[in-house]
Design a protein around this ligand. Structure first.
Ligand code: FE2
Length: 250
């Protein structure tokens, strides 16, 4: 009975997130902390090489557990951008693994081992990770394109996009990211964002192109005016901004 109950509890736990091994031939798991930050573990089942994306500090232990559970070899820790709202777990994870830290070439952090620019690729065995420079929320933001999926970080959220009024934000660049870079990608790509405050896991790019109000402004001018002037008044101040930035730039 205990075994059955544990099995059922296990099932529930897995169904509340994404099931490992789901998807087109690679391991993919999503991690969530109560504040709504989302991180990811991606791995090639053949070579067991793995990449961790946006490990928030509280995700480090659960991510290490998953790495151990699947018998993976962490090769890369990818921080999609210099986070201003929370402390990244990258340095903690780096100290516990042999993985190399990957960020955009403009990232100020001194912990970066591999600097990528738009169009660069890294591989986990045969599995390609392609980096797209998608600035606007932050100057150094990269999205990660995988077979059938895109990790959009704060460049594209479900039904919204990241704010552009913080350090290194730029509404004009964000417009280009949403209306040119993302609009040019296929509708059936699954979108996995860096945050979701309503408990959602994913969307599709087609749904975002159709329904996301931030992707449907009539002009660049209206979009930038909204992001620069109206949007900031609706947003909460970011607490601990200076500490988070100081820590994440180390
Ligand atoms: Fe962010």
């Amino acid at each position: 009975m205990i075994t059955d109950a544990r099995a059922r509890a296990g099932e529930l736990e897995m169904s509340s997130e994404l099931r490992a091994d789901e998807g087109p031939g690679y391991i993919f798991e999503q991690f969530r902390v109560p504040r709504g930050c989302l991180g990811y573990l991606i791995a090639d089942p053949e070579t067991k090489l793995a990449a961790v994306v946006d490990p928030e500090l509280e995700m480090v232990e659960p991510m290490l557990d998953a790495i151990f559970r699947h018998g993976l070899r962490p090769a890369y820790i990818i921080d999609t951008h210099t986070h201003a709202d929370h402390v990244s777990g990258t340095r903690d994870l780096k100290s516990k693994t042999v993985a190399k830290v990957v960020m955009h070439e403009e990232a100020p952090s001194r912990s970066v081992d591999i600097r990528v620019e738009d169009g660069d690729r890294l591989h986990l065995g045969e599995l390609p990770l392609k980096f797209l420079h998608t600035p606007g929320h932050a100057k150094d933001l990269v999205s990660v394109l995988l077979p059938g999926r895109i990790l959009t970080a704060d460049a594209l959220l479900i039904g919204s996009c990241g704010r552009t009024d913080l350090l290194n934000g730029n509404a004009t660049r964000q417009y280009h990211t949403l209306y040119h870079t993302y609009r040019a990608l296929p509708d059936d790509l699954l979108v996995y964002p860096g945050h979701d405050y309503k408990g959602r896991s994913r969307s599709t790019l087609g749904d975002e192109k159709r329904d996301n109000e931030k992707m449907n402004f009539a002009s660049e001018e209206e979009f930038t005016r909204y992001m620069d002037l109206e949007n900031p008044k609706k947003l909460d101040p970011v607490y601990h901004l200076a500490e988070a930035l100081k820590e994440n730039m180390k």
